[in-house]
Design a protein around this ligand. Structure first.
Ligand code: ADP
Ligand code: MG
Length: 227
């Protein structure tokens, strides 16, 4: 479902490629951890999948869509199929938890009725049913990140991308967030997680793809932290 074939990404002003002939194949419903030092190319890889960046060369196919043939007008539809979560939650400060999640649904044209039905369900999945009327400033980092995850999954994407979602969290909250990602994966969503948290990588016992200087240096089922 996700296929990268010898994907290279050069940024202007950089002598070496940020990604260098990266080939990765991810099946539907997999849970994949992408590990690499800062600057290794993890975020670039994810940005190629969301079409924030275009590859310099190589092939990208996601859910049967060949990115070479993707028109600009098709990008919003593509992004609806891929939920994204970042290290810095990016919640709207003047909206409640419910409204933050509902907003993601509103902009894709859902009815009020549908929103009243889906948003509580999604808040339940991330364990925040009781926080629906709280504002982001009233939440812990772990709760805020789980709101961001709720917002990412409310449109029922096939793929969830989480770029260092635990980077700003203490260990307990980090594990709350990881538990939610595992639950979402169990329900059938493909999860791509980047992290450089060794303990998380080693305890999850999932497929681990290690990137160093833009190259995949290992790709193992049941992998561990190797840097
Ligand atoms: P990671 O997420 O693993 O820390 P990134 O993918 O963000 O790595 O960055 C990989 C390399 O590409 C880094 O050296 C970074 O400085 C560079 N880079 C990232 N984005 C840009 C950009 N928009 N323009 C130029 N260089 C960039
Ligand atoms: Mg990054």
């Amino acid at each position: 479902m996700i296929l990268l074939d010898r994907v290279t990404k050069n940024y202007k002003k950089r002598k070496t490629p940020a990604l260098d002939r990266v080939s990765i194949h991810v099946e539907p419903k997999e849970f994949v951890i992408v590990v690499g030092q800062s600057g290794a190319g993890k975020s670039t890889l994810l940005k190629l999948l969301t079409r924030e960046e275009k590859p310099t060369s190589g092939k990208i196919i996601v859910g049967g869509i060949d990115y070479e043939r993707l028109k600009d007008r098709d990008v919003p539809a593509l992004r609806r199929r891929i939920g994204v979560v970042f290290q810095d939650f990016k919640l709207l400060p003047n909206k409640t938890v419910f409204e933050n999640v509902a907003f993601a649904r509103e902009i894709s044209g859902a009815s009020n009725r549908e929103i009243r039905y889906t948003v509580p369900k999604v808040l339940n999945i991330v364990g925040l049913k009781g926080k629906a009327s709280s504002y982001p400033r009233e939440l812990s980092g772990g709760e805020a990140q789980r709101v961001a995850i709720a917002r990412a999954i409310v449109r029922q994407p096939k793929i969830l991308i989480a770029d260092e979602p635990t980077g700003n969290l203490d260990p307990k909250h980090a594990w709350d967030v990881i538990a939610v990602l595992e639950k979402i994966n169990k329900y059938g969503t493909t999860v791509l997680l980047t992290t450089h948290n060794q303990e998380i990588v080693n305890r999850l016992k999932r497929r681990v793809i290690t990137i160093k200087d833009g190259r995949v240096i290992s790709d193992k089922a049941n992998g561990s932290y190797e840097l």
